[in-house]
Design a protein around this ligand. Structure first.
Ligand SMILES: [Ca+2]
Length: 162
């Protein structure tokens, strides 16, 4: 029993001494952390600056990709509506009638689109029938980011435009 007690006592002493040591180490490491903080913050700010400059470029690149994809999807939706229009009226709207023909009720036929969207840059889609790119069909296009015809950024409903 005595041995056990001694062992228990020494265990407690050991725990105390471990506890004390742990406390000292915590104090020391807290002290070290305080000493590092200013330098660390400066380094972190510098790193954030570097990351932001790289990520910033990528984010804007992504935005442009998304704008192009959105415009392509809208052209597809308008094209689908134009096909439905033709099923009802046997022909596509003329260039003069334009895409607005899709939003107006005609006879008993309800509009095919509630509104005609603008492209991702806020410009109207261009509609031409008969198409200059799609002979026998129609052209629907966005003039792209620059808002004018050409410039290599036009998006249209014909194969070579993709
Ligand atoms: Ca263009």
């Amino acid at each position: 029993m005595q041995e056990l007690k001694t062992s228990e006592q020494s265990h407690n002493e050991l725990s105390d001494s471990l506890g004390l040591r742990r406390e000292l180490m915590n104090k020391a490491s807290r002290h070290a952390q305080r000493g590092m903080t200013l330098i660390e913050i400066m380094v972190v700010i510098a790193i954030i600056g570097l990351i932001a400059s790289v990520v910033g470029v990528q984010v804007f690149g992504r935005l442009e990709d998304a704008q192009v994809e959105t415009s392509k999807t809208q052209i597809k939706q308008i094209s689908d509506a134009l096909e439905l229009y033709r099923l009802s009226f046997r022909n596509y709207p003329s260039t003069a009638e334009g895409l607005q023909a899709l939003t107006a009720p005609k006879g008993n036929v309800q509009p095919f689109m509630t509104s005609i969207p603008e492209d991702a840059w806020g410009n109207a889609f261009v509609y031409i029938y008969p198409g200059t790119q799609n002979s026998g069909g129609f052209d629907v296009m966005s003039y792209g980011k620059d808002g004018v015809q050409g410039g290599g950024d036009d998006i249209g409903n014909w194969k070579s435009a993709e």
